[in-house]
Each structure stands twice: as structure tokens, then as C-alpha cells.
Design a protein around this ligand. Sequence first.
Ligand code: GEM
Ligand code: ZN
Length: 383
Amino acid sequence: MTVTRPMLNISADFDSGNIQVIDASDPRHVRLAIRPDTHSDHFQWFHFKVANLSLGERHDFVLENAGQSSYNDAWHGYHAVASYDQKVWFRVPSQYDGSALRFGLEPTQQQIWFAYFEPYSRERHDWLVEQALNLAGMQLIAVRKSAEGREIPLLRKGDGAPGKRKIWLIAQQHPGEHMAEWFIEGIIERLQQTDDKELNALLAVADIYLIPHMNPDGAFHGHLRTNAMGKDLNRAWQDSSAEYTPEVFFAQQQMDKYGVDLFIDAHGDEAIPHVFTAACEGNPGYTPRIADLELTFRQVLQAQTPDFQTLHGYTLDEPGQANMTLACNSVGARFDCLAMTLEMPFKDHDDAPNEVTGWSGKRSAQLGKDVLSAIGKVVHLLR
Ligand code: GEM
Ligand code: ZN
């Protein structure tokens, strides 16, 4: 009697889902492709579910268009993440041959999810905002609808009293960089601590402004890089508009209203296996004061956690050659303040690797807590 096993069922029609099935008839050679962002050629983020797995039998998956993705060299040394319950995620050994990305396993359960990084869901975002408002003593001081009508809240911890420093942190301008909202979750978790002396000392002199997610439309659609209008938000800080980049337009309006003394823009990086920052050395009018603040912050954060380093990162911009359409450079110039892009890896932080998870949501959240400590150590230097 021949036992015919059911066809694999592969789906991605859910929040941040992204996959195209080419041919799933052979479990030992499941042929897949990543779908590009809507109205854009960018792609790299993937997230899909596989059901009807045969326990203990080898299943192999191939992302056939990986070699045409936005940052295709970044697949070297990358390992996909997987979960049987969407809570515990682990790395699956993956191989990139310059054209396709391959990964596989012998499953222990009948369904599994695969993703480029541990996803941060819209449902968890809504829960996080509730946590911020109900438990962390934050206020909703403004909210804006995205292009497709999803709310983008601006939260503040503190009373906005004159003389207090304004610390701004925004996240996930690039929707596929899910580590960014995990980072914000760590900040909001720590803001719930009432007996945290170090934090209380910071909050005595500074207010914390958070936009936990800058690009909900792009994230929902499984985009890597753009919003629903096909725009890269981190290239819109010189010409944002209510029509095409309402997310940035809103953030800039609110920054102008409240002011900025320190700005951190949380991102993920596809290629570099380290946590690092990029800053404003290429800004016209870059000053020794800002240079000193950048150096001091990096030194303080490096002393705070082994999950940050200053050896690896982007090539420094030449003097006066910065791309001022980026949030970090635009905000740093507009407010003459310490402004940085914080990069977390899609791979691992090779200075302190974790073979099971690589870089993860939990490590991103811990980094958020450590960044608050670092901010507390430099807040008195900001002006
Ligand atoms: C990066 S920020 C790039 C900054 N580059 C230099 N040289 N300072 C982007 O937007 O491309 C952030 C990211 O996407 O992770
Ligand atoms: Zn980014």
C-alpha cells in the first residue's frame, strides 16, 4: 500500500508575509521566490508558513531569486530564522551560491514559519503601545495615519517642561528591519521600572519621545525598504510630503514642535555582522562639539554592552558629502544635535555571537535598555 503524503501548504497572506511559490511539489526541492516591494524593485525580506510537513523527513527550500535581491552579497554568512510557534525563533543553516539561498531541516512539528528576521507583528505593536500608555507612564501626544490609514503614534515619557532635554528615538523607517521595533520594546519595557535609579536620574532632566514604528504599511505588506507609495522613508527627509511620505512629514512636524536634543534612528543592516552606529561626520557645518558627543556616546555604549562595537560599520562620509536626505543627517543638522543611525544585524553580532538565535528580538530589546543607560551618561553633555 503506498502512502501518499499531502502536498506542502505554503502561505504568506498574513501580516508581513512575503513569498511566491514556484513549485512546492517536491519537499526535497521547494522552489520559492521573494516578492518585490509594491511600486519598487527592492526585495530581501521574506516570511512564510509551511504546513503539512512530514515529521523527521528532510525538507529543503530554495529562494531562487536571492541573487537579484537589494543586498544580494549580504546572503553570504546569513542563516534563515524559523519558528514552530511564532514565539521561539532559531537559525536554520543556510547556503548561498551567488544565485539562490538554500535552507532545510527535518521538522519536529507539522508546521513552521520561516523569515528573514524574527518578525515584529502589528498585533504586538498594538500591545506595545498599550503597554507604553498603561504601564510605562507614557502619553500619546500625537498620532498620524499612514498612507493606507494605519496609526503612527508619537509617545512621550515626561511632562515636556521647559529646560528638559528632548530625546527622540524612531524605528523601522525600513519596514523589513523588524529588529528596530524589538529595540523600542526594550525601551518601553525599561520605562515601566519605577525603582530604576539610573533611569529616574535621566527622566529627571529629559523627556523621551518615541515613534515605535515609522512604516506600518510597508511592514504589513512584507516590504524590505519602502512605504505603500513606493518611497524609501530614509531618503525623504529633505522633501517629505503628506501625500507620498506622510510618515516622515509627521515626524518632522512634531520634531519642529517639540525640539530635539538627541536623535536615534533604529535600523537593521543586511550585510555587516555587527551592531554599530552611523552619524553626521559628513554634514556641512559638522562641529567638534558634535564629533565629541558622537565619540563619547559610542565609548559609553561600548562600555555598557558587548553587543555594540565601533570597529565595523559604514565607510565614513567625507566632510560636506553626507546624504542629507537621511533622517540622521537631516535631524542632526536641523537641530544641531547628536544624531545617529543605530544598525542591528540581520545576521549576528560576531563580537558576541549566539549560534542558536544569531541576532534576535530579545537581543534587540536588551540593546534598547542599554542605549537608555548610555543616554543617561551623556544627557548632561548634549547642550
Ligand atoms: C542606512 S543609513 C546609511 C548611512 N550611510 C552612511 N555612509 N552614513 C540607509 O538608509 O541606507 C540605514 C539602513 O537602511 O539600515
Ligand atoms: Zn534601514
